[in-house]
Design a protein around this ligand. Sequence first.
Ligand code: 5FX
Length: 533
Amino acid sequence: MGNLPPVFMGIDASTQGLKATLLDEGLNVVSETALNFDRDFPEYKTEGGVHRHTDGLTVTSPPLMWVAALDRLFERLKSGGAPLDRVVAISGSGQQHGSVWLKPGTGDVLAALDPALPLLDQLAEVFSVDESPIWMDASTTKQCRKLEERLGGAQAVADITGSRAYERFTGNQIARIYEERRELYDATERIALVSSFIASLLTGGYAPIDTSDGSGMNLMDIRKKDWSQAALDATAAGLAAKLGQPVAGHTAVGMVSDYLVRRYGLNAAALVIAFSGDNPCSLAGLRLQKPGDIAVSLGTSDTLFGSAREPQPSGVEGHVFANPVDPGSYMVMLVHQNGSLTREKVRDLVVDDRSWQTYRDVMSRTAPGNNGKIGLYLYEPEITPPILRTGVFRFDAQGAPVEAFAPGEEARAVLESQFMSLRVHAESIGLRPANIIATGGASVDPAVIRVLCDVFGVPVRVAEKADSASFGAAYRALHGWKCAQAGAFVEYEQALAGAAPYKIAAEPDMQAHQIYTEMLPRIGELERKIAEG
Ligand code: 5FX
């Protein structure tokens, strides 16, 4: 490679597509390419990258499609003149929880790939399960209850694995295949996550699962960062041997394969850094490292995540994962189902022209705290806290139900209750922000940011880049490479010292913050009342 400047590559294997982002050492994009499964691979007949089964609960994706996409991604990078010969490290992000089931001997097939042929031609026969269960699958309630029963309840499962049993978590998916299609389980040598599977295609051998994505399986002891024997035993016999040993997210898991070097001209010295899940990679992409740095992603659903020094798992809500960029801390995540779609519904009720500008004007007729009025807008069943009842629930300052609010009150109520609820549940799993980075569609709206900022009482910065997971993958490639160069762990912040700081979008009004803090206990109480019907 001579003295040419190094390039770091991130591969993002999301539900809907595959993307590569190449950065230079100054974190500038030098090349990017993206594929969409539905559009670019119509032969797999996916919708949104997935197959929904007729039971309404099972959701899968064909792993061979991911192989075909990796072939195409490298072809495009090469034909587009991407500097593959300067890539010194590759890491990646995968949709969490999905599993890839590989037959005995797949490791040998990967090690002996013929550079004259595409991967697709050589890997068609390696899958013992040809449709991979993915995170949207909700078919394993029975297995979840069984795991909780065997380990001593939902809180006991959370105390070990970081989360209560969730349908989409890989261990419960494995348990279902073990129970219902035992012959396929027995015909499997290795069960990979989407992340570690793509890494395996790059190294030409089984790549380990990283502890961060491994936390989304209900199988790992999040403190020991190793499989929990009790969880393995409650899931399927002989599982440890099929999973391999998990490693920390900054670990170099191998060099790029000879196949990639010869077929696409990759630099033979390029390291593959453990791939991780999309949410852990978003944490890395938003450069949240210090406990107290919290991201709030305001999308279809709202996600709040950040790093925490001590795990405080809940048997009711939220997830604790290993931190992908700091082996000494944890990542905590909450998902609020009622996010932007709910805000938009309220906007359409309140303002005729459906504009956020008019919404802001209407909202400005009311003061922070809405004179004690609280409205909970649950158009969708809520995940955090779990509330199956849907509807709009409005209360006056004394907590008595009321039928309607004035438009200004309604406009304010939805934002206040959403963010106060986020704060209540973040605090209940040990997240207390010192700083918030807002991202996602609604983060550009000043009214939304104002309420978010005042509820939490900390400055809010805005990250404009939408695809934090693919940037996170490339940043993690750089981080892992720096650790490998130093022969020791390098702080993530230090590895990314060149990154431009985020701009402050709002400073808190501490008087408003005080009003919200006093209202918080009422939010928790009203949520409990609604959940209990
Ligand atoms: C997280 O637990 C999820 O299930 C999703 O965010 C997937 O990771 C999406 F890929």
